[in-house]
Structures are given as C-alpha cells and as structure tokens.
Design a protein around this ligand. Sequence first.
Ligand SMILES: *Cc1c(COP(=O)(O)O)cnc(C)c1O
Length: 386
Amino acid sequence: MFNDNVINRFRGLETPFYYYDLDLLRRTLAACSQASGKYGFHVHYAMKANFDGQVLKTIQSYGFGADCVSGNEVLTALKYGFDKNKVVFAGVGKSDKEIKASLDADIFCFNVESVQEMEVINELAAARGKKPRIAIRINPNVDAHTHHYITTGLDENKFGINTWQLNDVAEQLRKSANLEFIGIHFHVGSQITDMEVFKSLCMRINEIQTWFEDRGFTIKVLNAGGGLGVDYYSPDNNNVADFESYFKVFHDFLNVKPGQEVHFELGRVLVAQSSALVSRVLYVKNGQRKNFLVLDAGMTELIRPMLYQAYHQIDNLSRSPENVIDAVKYDVVGPICESTDCFRKDVELPQSYRGDIIAVRTAGAYGQVMASGYNLRDSIQSVYSE
Ligand SMILES: *Cc1c(COP(=O)(O)O)cnc(C)c1O
C-alpha cells in the first residue's frame, strides 16, 4: 500500500487525511464480483461503511447495487449512478419523508423492520398510487460471535422482526394491498470471520423460508445481509478477504429454489483495507512510565478504537519497520479534549519523532463516515492513489 513514492508524496501534504489505494479497492471488488458471480449471487454495497464519491463511483462501475440506511443514502446512490433496480432501503427508523422520497425514486426494495413500518409504507404507497417491493428483516437468532456492540441478529434487539412475530407479519401482508412481498432479509452482525456463523444462518434461512412457503407465500429473494470481516491484524498479508469461501458456504447450505435470487449486502469487507488514516506526530511526551505520541488526528477522524475498542494496526511510515532494535512502547493518542481519545496503548514502534508520518491501517470502513466536527475540527480530506 505504501511504497517510497507514496510516502514521499505524503511528505508534501497537509495531514490528517484518508488515503485511498484505488488499485487495492479495484482488486477487492474484482475478487468479490468473481466469487459471487460464480453462483449468480447479487451483491449490494452497504454504503454506510464509506460514501466517499470516488469510492462509490468505483464500486458502481463493477455493477454492484447499493444497500442504503437513510433517504440521503438512497439519493446519493442514485446520484452516483447506481441502478435504481439495485437500490435497497433498510433501517429500523425510516422517516415518512425518507419513505416518500424512496417511493418516488422507484427503488428495488424496502427491507422492512417492523409490522408497524409495513402499515406505514402501505399507507404512504397507497396515497401515491405505488406498490413497492418489500422484504421482511427477520432476526434469525444466530450468534455472530462478534463484539457485542456490533451483533444484531439475536432476539431482543432493536433490529428486525423476531420469529415469534411472524404470524402478525403474515396477517399484515395479507391486509397490505399496496405492498409486493418479495423476500426475507437477514443481517446477523459485522466483522464475522467464522464461516460456521454463516452456515448457521443458512440453516435458519431455510427454516424460515419453509415457514412462509407453508403459508402460501412465494419468496423471490433470499437476502443474507453482510457482515463478512477483514483482518485488522495483518492488513498487508491479508488485504483481500476470502470471498471464495464465504460465497461457497451459501452455495453449499442455502436451499435456493429455481428462479430465486440470492442477495448480499457487504460493506466493511469491500472497503476497509483500501484506506488508511494518515497523520503526523505533533508531540512526543516521555513520561516516567509511559511515552505518548500525540497525533494530529484523533477520535474526530477515526472513532472506532474509542467507540468499539477496535484494533487498528499503526505504522510509522517515516521510520523503517525493520528498525525494531530501538522499538519503544507508545500510547498513541489524539488531540481531542477527552481522555478516551487514544488509538491504542503500548504500541511498539521505532523511536518516533515530531513530524513523523503515522498510518492507522484498515480504516476504510466506518472511519471517515463517522468523522465529526467536535472541537470545531477541520473536516477530514480524502487523498487518492495516483
Ligand atoms: C451495516 C449493514 C450491512 C453491512 O455490514 P458490514 O458488516 O459492513 O458488511 C448490511 N446490512 C445491513 C442491514 C446493515 O445494517
């Protein structure tokens, strides 16, 4: 990701910024497209992970659809050329305004998360003479074995509809003349690297599909959501995820009927590795028991370590990594007036100095999109590979 030319280029740039390796992004997209295409699976990009314009254009150019979680994401996807027949609107709290805008845009599908939402979309659609396609988001009660902050597929969760409510769903579907029911939708969590989780998901999807079919419903779309994880610990050795194994699980275990489509909504795994947060060391503070590197980037630029205790590899691009003889442990912190504003404690780095360029790796997903203006910080810029 960083050769000498790239690092030299950084020396002339103001920090902090997000650096995008568009070549790595393209290789990732090509790998995903190839592996999913083998089985005729459809992939929608979950654009909440990263909605940088250049990133969206690149993803769109590979023919992916867009999975959106707000009205503005729907409009942005359309603006960047995503085919409206491949735009899906999900989310637990869609406002009337957002629903109306998406109805007017004639998007592919609404992923509906409650019985009340079905009623509301049905009413708003009737008033506009529309009949939108909907899929029902169901909690499969599969434990994603991921961090509890990012698990979503268990009962007693704000997301989706629990299986014990399915009778109400069936009744509401029969009453809703302005809804076209096309499928069932699942999303069990994020940063999942254990393929057994996806296998369990397949089994639950098969059962729930049978439940609907037994009651006379036709399922055209099985949507298995997203959640495939990336390797935050070895961004250089494992920069493209194992899409082959992932899609093969669904091919092997999902009970796909003739004519049925299988959809996925991948976010993180498509964009995480291709971007890094690049910043400079402002100050080195040597204490009695601790050393601090104070960077010019903090939780306002990348909040994942502070919000989810997420691990990111941290590299000093100004010093040779082979130079471990003089390795020093630093708490790598940001400039924000919060004591949680720390990227990681006890990071082993070569002896570091004011002005050194530091890269926080695997920052392409849920990084720049969560940036904030707290402390009236400048908004973070994007820099692209040449
Ligand atoms: C966030 C989200 C995704 C994408 O999750 P990743 O872990 O980034 O792949 C997919 N579907 C839904 C419904 C989501 O909320």
